[in-house]
Design a protein around this ligand. Structure first.
Ligand code: FNR
Length: 189
C-alpha cells in the first residue's frame, strides 16, 4: 500500500481570478500529508472530435491523457454554468474517456466540490458531474457533499479563507477524501 497518493486536481473554471481555483488551492493546503495534489489544466484541450483520434491525436490530448493516467484519484473543483458543468470540464471528461477501451478515468476515486456566488453552491453542476462519473466508472465520494455557496466573499485579497466554518468543513472534506482514496486503493490490491 502506498503511503502517498497522487491526486490530479481539475478546476472547472478557466478564469484568471477564478474563485473555484482559490477554493482548490485552499483544499490543497488543508489536505492531509498522504495526498500529493497537483493541478492538471484542461483549458487548452481542443473540443473532442473522434475524427482527430482516428489520425494522430492532438498533442495536448496526448499530454493530458499521459498526465492523468498515473493519478490515484481526481479532485474536481468546479463552478456551475447554466445548472451544469462548464464545457471545458465536460470536454476534459470526453477527451480522457477515449479512444474506446482506453479511458483514463475508470476506477479512479473522485472527490467533487462545487461552488457558486449564490446560495445553491453549484448543486446542479455537482450532480451532473456525478452522472458522468457513474458512466466513467469513477467511484465518487458520497459524503460529505461539498456545495460551497456564496463563495464570492470567501477569500481575502491573499486568497485566504475568511470563514472559519468553511475552513473546518474543507479540512474535514479533504480528510474524508484521503480516506476514500485509500479505501479504493485497498480494494484494488
Ligand atoms: C454562471 N454562473 C452561475 N452560477 C450559478 O450558481 N448557477 C449557474 O447556473 C450559473 N451559470 C453561469 C453560466 C456562465 C456561462 C457563467 C460565466 C457564470 C455564475 C458563476 O457561478 C460565477 O461566475 C462564478 O464566479 C464562476 O466561478 P469562478 O470562475 O469564479 O471559479
Amino acid at each position: 500500500m502506498k503511503d502517498k497518493f497522487d491526486i490530479a486536481v481539475i478546476v472547472g473554471s478557466l478564469r484568471k481570478d477564478s474563485i473555484s481555483r482559490k477554493l482548490a488551492n485552499a483544499i490543497v493546503s488543508l489536505a492531509p500529508a498522504n495526498l500529493s495534489l497537483r493541478f492538471v489544466d484542461v483549458g487548452e484541450l481542443p473540443f473532442y472530435n473522434p475524427d482527430l483520434d482516428a489520425d494522430d491525436a492532438p498533442q495536448s490530448w496526448k499530454a493530458f491523457r499521459a498526465s492523468m493516467a498515473p493519478a490515484d484519484g481526481v479532485l474536481f473543483v468546479t463552478p456551475e454554468y447554466n445548472r451544469s458543468v462548464p464545457a471545458s470540464l465536460k470536454n476534459a471528461l470526453d477527451v480522457g474517456s477515449r479512444p474506446a477501451g482506453q479511458s483514463i478515468w475508470a476506477g479512479k476515486p473522485a472527490g467533487i466540490v462545487s461552488g457558486s456566488l449564490g446560495g445553491i453552491g453549484g448543486f446542479g453542476a455537482n450532480h451532473h458531474l456525478r452522472q458522468s462519473l457513474t458512466f466513467l466508472d469513477m467511484p465518487a465520494m458520497q459524503q460529505p457533499e461539498a456545495y460551497i455557496g456564496s463563495f464570492g466573499d470567501l477569500f481575502d485579497e491573499n486568497g485566504q479563507i475568511t470563514k472559519d466554518g468553511t475552513r473546518d468543513f474543507l479540512t474535514k472534506f479533504a480528510s474524508a477524501f484521503a480516506d476514500w482514496v485509500k479505501l479504493q486503493a485497498k480494494d484494488q490490491l
